[in-house]
Design a protein around this ligand. Structure first.
Ligand code: GDP
Ligand code: MG
Length: 706
């Protein structure tokens, strides 16, 4: 059997970065906790017989979250040959808590002390050999990002695996606790293997109900264990959970005291802290966020992004011409030519047109993520969300949801509180995912060429809907109660690495392009067919086609929302498969038309500005695509609940879209914007923000000086 090495560590300690360095793969690396949810496997670059498993980030092996259970089941049931415990050296004490838990599993272990480069920059050094002596475990200093120390880590790992020596662990439990552990061990001899017995015994003393059930103990055994615990509690005059925990912490505190060599110069506010004083400031945080999102959108969709559309259109026009000429030369029938050009090519190219815009947008979002700013937004949002009864932890799935709802829904597993977790799953699809962006970009380009605020406003509509829905759901019998407290580390700001940013950008862009080539291609052919034939399968004008007749049945449903034409109705239905399909649908509708003008002209012929804005809102909020519905079902388990959730999402979409159209929401906002559209109003707002930043900074300097 091949050798298995598991990577375990706190969230954001650099596991995935190390995994990528070891395996040469390109897994997603994010500068916020909770990015890796399921375990991932790869093989060592230098030796394919060695498997590397990237476990989700955890703080302990106590069952506080689904990931901690995933990780500990793996360590206990599958017992890898070695654990590489990644420890963020810049956050040592907190990380070592997990280290002790891992040691209790008695799986052989090597500690990779990560972020060497950060230590050097701060001028802190750590006494590695004392740390290793104290922990009775090899420690190797590395930088996963700069790929230093990796070779030495691998050598140490291989030595430990080869030596097959007994696994030692430091003895940090008091004699009373140790005695109780041994007594519990004696009780569970038949139920557990010799290796994992110690771990189970400690967990039983910690009153871990989940493990207790897994072990299927008899009533006599349970009674005996309860007696041991009660004895210990009365001796120590404390409950066993806090006893065990505080002995662990006591040991860690003693060890870190010995090994940290503090920098010589006085500890000052780090750059990260200084930036945070401004960025997460109570008053400035949200305006700064809004300005940043607006600028990013303006650049990627409106200005630079818009320029690229022309090139892509020219390119596909050229491909179409080449294809038509080739097919004509081959004497292909006009129907086949139309299928390929007006169907497949029109659909795929309509979607592909938006690829450069998406890539630019993903590039900026990746920079925000990697620099650590996204985590700040989660933190800022927590203050806001708390007022509405939601937990800030929900915001991590929301941020991931700007890429795609599927991983976002999965990442909700990081939320310990079951009610909060379900609520997050329901609300995540309200955040505009990358597949919805082409729809917004198309509508914005066609109907709102002069209103740069329209596309980014979808983010705010999404957030407002999350808040409103949160308020509504909290009042139902399923979601009452308090939200779980928010525990999230703010990672330090880092200069984003080009490699990381590009991986993020391509990861997101890739699925987009693959979908265009597969799903959208197939859908385009189907849509073209439905749009070219009638029920008797005769070639007809699109207005008499199968699709038109279906669209005409559904269209009245959308009349109150302002777009009761069959084309828009059909687009909404095809959007259920994948949101980009809506763009492809418009592309084909336009391609099949008599004197096919530009898509934008076509789209603006079937919408008014107000109905288009209502259409965008419906697209934003209505049932997500099939893949996201599948993910929702997987996380919620029951079909009945899943259907209720979809019903809720569609209901909200319909209601809000209806209101938006009826009150002419676009006109209202636009009128408000016109008042402040004068450049010097904007200049003064920006100026005010700058002045406020300076004042906040100066006040902090003064306070520090005092
Ligand atoms: P995970 O959550 O444990 O998988 O952590 P990631 O691998 O996603 O890394 C979290 C963040 O830490 C990313 O921004 C990485 O670029 C950064 N990082 C990882 N290793 C190092 C390192 O050795 N030095 C520095 N400066 N940053 C690192
Ligand atoms: Mg990770």
């Amino acid at each position: 059997m091949s050798i298995r090495i598991a990577l375990a560590g706190n969230p954001n300690s650099g596991k995935t970065t190390l995994f990528n360095a070891l395996t040469g793969s390109h897994q997603y690396v994010g500068n916020w906790p909770g990015v890796t949810v399921e375990k991932k496997e790869g093989t060592l670059k230098q030796d394919k017989s060695i498997k590397i498993i990237d476990l989700p980030g955890i703080y302990s092996l106590s069952p506080y979250s689904a990931e901690e259970i995933v990780s500990r089941n793996y360590l206990i049931n599958d017992r890898p040959d070695l654990i590489i415990n990644i420890v963020d050296a810049s956050n040592l004490e907190r990380n070592l808590y997990l280290t002790l838990h891992l040691m209790e599993t008695k799986v052989p272990m090597v500690i990779a002390l990560n972020m060497q480069d950060v230590l050097e920059k701060k001028g802190v050094s750590i006494d590695v050999s004392t740390l290793s002596q104290q922990l009775k475990c090899p420690v190797v200093l590395i930088s996963a990002l700069k790929e230093t120390g990796i070779q030495s880590l691998l050598e140490t790992a291989q030595n430990v695996i080869a030596s097959k020596a007994d696994v030692l662990r430091p003895d940090y439990f008091s004699p009373e606790v140790s005695k109780a552990i041994s007594s519990v061990e004696a009780q569970i001899v038949n139920e557990t293997s010799a290796e994992s017995r110690y771990f189970y015994a400690v967990k039983l003393i910690e009153k871990d109900e989940i493990l207790k059930k897994q072990l299927l103990l008899s009533d006599t055994q349970l009674a005996a264990i309860t007696r041991i615990i009660e004895q210990l509690e009365s001796d120590a005059d404390d409950d066993t959970e806090s006893l065990v925990t505080s002995e662990r912490y006591g040991f860690i505190a003693a060890v870190s005291e010995q090994i940290q060599v503090k920098p010589l110069h006085e500890v000052t506010l780090s750059t990260s802290d200084k930036i945070d004083k401004v960025v997460t400031n109570r008053w400035l945080a949200l305006p700064i966020f809004a300005v940043i999102m607006y600028v990013i959108y303006y650049v990627s969709i409106q200005s630079i992004g818009d320029l690229t559309i022309g090139y892509v259109e020219t390119f596909f026009g050229w491909v179409g011409e080449l294809l038509t000429n080739g097919l004509t030369a081959l004497n292909a029938s006009p129907t086949v030519i139309s299928l390929l050009i007006d169907g497949a090519l029109a659909g795929v190219s309509a979607v592909m047109t938006f690829v450069p815009q998406m890539m630019i947008l993903f590039f900026f979002i990746a920079i925000l993520e990697d620099s650590g700013y996204m985590s700040r937004i989660a933190f800022i949002m927590d203050r806001l969300f708390r007022r509405f009864g939601l937990s800030g932890k929900s915001f991590i799935p929301f941020i991931i949801g700007t890429g795609c709802s599927v991983p976002a829904i999965m990442s909700s597993r990081t939320i310990e509180n079951e009610k909060d977790r379900r609520m997050t799953i329901i609300l995540t699809p309200f955040i505009p995912c990358s597949a919805k962006l082409p729809v917004f970009a198309l509508m914005a380009g066609a109907l709102f060429p002069n209103d740069a605020w329209v596309a980014p406003s979808m983010y705010f509509v999404g957030i407002v809907m999350v808040i409103i829905s949160g308020l509504i759901l909290k009042r139902t019998k399923w979601f009452g109660g308090k939200p779980a407290p928010f525990i999230m580390e703010l990672p330090p700001y880092r200069f984003p690495s080009m490699k990381g940013v590009l991986i993020h950008m391509f990861e997101r862009g890739k699925s987009f392009i693959t979908k265009a080539g597969t799903l959208i291609f197939a859908m385009s052919v189907i849509i073209w067919t439905l749009m070219s034939f009638n029920w008797q399968f005769q070639l007809v004008d699109q207005a008499e086609s199968i699709l038109a007749s279906i669209g005409k049945v559904i269209a009245p449903i959308f009349s109150p929302l302002g777009y009761g034409n069959w084309q828009a109705a059909v687009a909404q239905v095809t959007g259920l498969l994948a949101k980009e399909t809506m763009v492809a649908t418009f592309g084909i509708l336009n391609g099949v038309a008599e004197d096919s003008p530009e898509i934008a002209t076509f789209v603006s012929s079937i919408f008014t500005q107000n109905s288009a804005y209502a259409f965008m809102i419906f697209t934003l909020l209505a049932a997500p695509c099939m893949a996201a519905i599948g993910a929702t079902k997987r996380e919620l388990v029951s079909w009945k609940e899943t259907l209720m959730v979809i019903g809720f999402q569609c209901g909200m979409a319909y209601l809000l879209s209806f209101i938006a159209f009826q009150i002419h929401l676009f006109d209202l906002i636009n009128a408000a914007f016109h008042v402040i559209a004068i450049p010097y109003v904007w200049m003064s707002i920006l100026g005010a923000i700058v002045i406020a930043c300076v004042i906040v900074y100066a006040m902090n300097q003064r306070r520090k000086a005092a």
